[in-house]
Design a protein around this ligand. Structure first.
Ligand SMILES: [Zn+2]
Length: 249
């Protein structure tokens, strides 16, 4: 039986030692990766593709690349090396999800599924033209939607701040998401704040509204998308602050 050709996006990644596992909705390509790990990733990528497809309401296929180390992951993602990855377990790049082997291996099974769904959301829905709170929050919304984690567990760093009487004042800005800022807890809170902003929109106005807002923001900018949803930057921030206190306080 002929082996199906690899998608163009993953051809000629490296020379030799290429392993492939195929799932229902996924192709996983590894560089010197153990076959059982490739099979496990194909199962998880199928699960992630299903989760992303359920939110986007469109078919989603996952293309997952497992380089041999973080330096190779960085090069494939167009970075100078591993430094730009800064603790990331995976990264979305041109429709592909590139796993950072060492960091990914240290995650819990639930964490692996969350990360794959998060990055696959970036790959499938795109991020261009959006503020980071929206594309990171949306990706975490999809990632955590079916993960079975309570909000104070998934947003532990932000919950600690809220309990200490320091709730967030405004949505996180681009600088809050800058990697290597020297404060990993602040970076974690920025993702958690963004996640709860998208979760607030979905729970208050419906998941379809969140998805529509995301697509419209991609096409026409976030202000126009918020207006279409009956929101302003101010009303979103006010509603989100109350939601954060309700969920984490
Ligand atoms: Zn992300």
């Amino acid at each position: 039986m002929a082996v199906p050709a690899l998608p163009a996006a993953v051809q000629n990644l490296w020379s030799g030692q290429t392993g492939v596992a195929r799932g229902r909705a996924s192709v996983v390509v590894g560089h010197g990766t153990a076959p059982d790990l490739l099979d496990d990733l194909a199962r998880r990528a199928d699960l992630a593709a299903g989760r992303v497809a359920a939110v986007l309401r469109q078919p989603v296929r996952a293309l997952v690349i497992v380089p041999q180390d973080a330096a190779e992951a960085g090069r494939l993602a167009g970075l100078a090396g591993a430094a730009g990855l800064d603790g990331l377990a995976a990264v979305a790049d041109r429709g592909r999800v590139i796993v950072v082997p060492g960091t990914f291996a240290r995650l819990t099974p639930t964490g692996r599924d969350v990360v794959l769904a998060h990055e696959l959301t970036h790959a499938a829905a795109g991020t261009g033209g959006l503020p980071p709170w929206l594309y990171e929050g949306f990706a975490d919304y999809v990632g955590y939607r079916d993960a079975g984690l309570a909000a104070p567990v998934a947003a532990a760093e932000l919950a600690a701040e809220v309990r200490a009487g320091r709730p967030p004042r405004g949505l996180p800005g681009p600088h809050d998401f800058a990697p290597g800022g020297g404060d990993p807890a602040r970076l974690a809170r920025a993702y958690q704040e963004a996640w709860l902003a998208c979760r607030f929109i979905a729970s208050s106005y419906g998941e379809e509204t969140l998805v529509r807002l995301y697509r419209e923001a991609r096409a026409h900018g976030v202000d126009r998308a918020l207006a279409s949803a009956g929101l302003t930057a101010g009303s979103l921030a006010a509603g989100w602050r109350g939601y954060v206190l309700d969920e984490l306080g």
